[in-house]
Design a protein around this ligand. Structure first.
Ligand SMILES: NC(=O)c1ccc[n+]([C@@H]2O[C@H](COP(=O)([O-])OP(=O)(O)OC[C@H]3O[C@@H](n4cnc5c(N)ncnc54)[C@H](O)[C@@H]3O)[C@@H](O)[C@H]2O)c1
Length: 387
């Protein structure tokens, strides 16, 4: 089998996702990592202590010196465009974490560059590899709930105060906003389940809690590790000096096939879950629990007036081990199969771009009094390259 040599941009944090791609028995090796953080480099070097591995503080030196076939871009959102473009220009295949970029224009430059260089581009929307999402898609595709008309997603994030308000995520200039940063996953899932992309978005949102919490002192180190004892939110400390992103976001989306959808996100709930309801002309489905824990999908397709917690059919989903309920290992396998065998992945660069486009439109609406914002469309010839 042809050797595949992989480099990581962002060697720790989310970069650890790439480790399952290191399969010497299949002639696929992680051979290098680039990261400006000495701590990240140290941990990465320790992980590959028994392997020949090159490390760099500057990703440009890695791309210049190493003969790489593929690169994982797992750096923070504001670096995605620069890092993906640099690798694509060198004709290296790219695994790019979500969100694809923090602007629609940035996404389009990435798509154009992949197209011009005839390079493989794969987007890290691991929710498309989660078993509960697959099951919901299977039910929809079977016609059991008729033609889908509405999709509503409620997103509860108990660890929001730990993960998103203590580092780069808390600033618009780095993340654009948390509607995009977290919601890029769910907007993509909504588009996938509905079979179309958003064309118009309107929204409301606010910074309602974390602006009232104590910020960290000048010499206090940044710490965004999760801790369940961090409760209640208003009593927490150590937040970013600058917080200009919202901690609640709600958007309404009109999709090009007439499906209407909503996505609601809150960063200070006591529990965590993504809860989807999909309503069709012959029934509805809803998931209780998402991954890594107990989860059921309820299917209601007979009418009985009044609340029914359980559907006509309840599908018990087995929790799966691994990152994000096993989705991380599956998506990396998907990338390897895409590289090796051209196998079509569940994710799509064009769909990823539309999740950013809808997320940006929603954020624009939220920051401008809830005005409806049209989603920018992608030129048809560019879309064709990725089909
Ligand atoms: N798909 C998912 O489930 C999922 C989960 C977590 C994070 N992510 C995505 O992964 C990305 C990284 O998130 P994170 O929480 O690990 O962030 P992070 O801040 O922990 O950074 C990840 C790594 O990138 C390094 N880094 C920072 N600046 C860099 C630069 N200029 N060049 C190279 N490396 C750099 C950091 O030192 C760190 O080792 C984000 O885009 C995020 O959206 C996706």
């Amino acid at each position: 089998m042809r050797e595949i040599r992989i480099g990581l941009i962002g060697a720790w944090g989310r970069g650890q996702l790439a480790f399952s791609a290191h399969r010497p028995s299949e002639n696929i090796r992680i051979v290098a990592g680039a990261d400006p953080s000495e701590k990240s480099i140290e941990k990465f070097r320790a992980k590959f202590a028994n392997e020949p591995i090159a490390v760099y503080n500057d990703y440009r030196a890695m791309l210049e010196k190493e003969k790489l076939d593929a690169v994982f871009v797992c750096s923070p959102d504001y670096c995605h465009e620069e890092h993906a473009l640099a690798a694509l220009r060198k004709k290296m295949a790219v695994y790019l974490e979500k969100p694809m970029a923090i602007t629609v224009e940035g996404c389009d430059r990435i798509l154009e560059t992949a197209c011009q260089n005839k390079t493989k581009l794969f987007l890290g929307h691991n929710m498309r590899y989660m078993s509960f999402v697959h099951k919901m898609k299977e039910i929809i595709d079977s016609g059991e709930i008729g033609e889908v008309k509405c999709i509503w997603c409620r997103h509860f994030i108990s660890y929001g105060g730990d993960a998103y308000f203590r580092d780069w995520h808390s600033e618009r200039r780095y993340s654009n906003g948390l509607l995009l940063q977290k919601g890029a996953h769910d907007i993509d899932v909504i588009h996938w389940l509905a079979g179309a992309y958003s064309k118009k978005v309107t929204g409301m949102g606010s910074l309602s809690v974390y602006d009232k919490c104590e910020k960290r002192g000048k010499d206090e180190p940044e710490n965004s590790s999760f801790n369940e004892s961090h409760w209640p939110p208003l009593e927490q400390k150590g937040f970013s000096p600058v917080i200009d992103v919202e901690d609640t976001n709600m958007i309404l989306m009109e999709l090009s096939n007439g499906v209407q959808a909503s996505y609601m996100q809150c960063h200070y709930t006591p529990d965590s879950c993504r809860n989807y309801t999909i309503i069709g002309t012959k029934g509805r489905i809803e998931n209780y629990g998402d991954y890594g824990s107990e989860m059921t999908i309820e299917v209601w397709n007979t009418r009985k007036d009044g609340l029914r917690l359980h559907g006509d059919r309840s599908i018990q989903m087995e929790p799966e081990g691994g990152g994000h309920g096993g989705a991380d290992e599956k998506i990396v396998r998907g990338f390897v199969d895409f590289l090796r065998e051209d196998k079509k992945p569940f994710t799509s660069p064009v769909a990823s771009r539309y999740s950013v486009a809808a997320g940006c439109a929603g954020t624009e609406s939220i920051r401008n009094g809830g005005i409806p914002v049209e989603v920018k469309t992608l030129p048809a010839e560019l879309e064709k390259y990725f089909i």
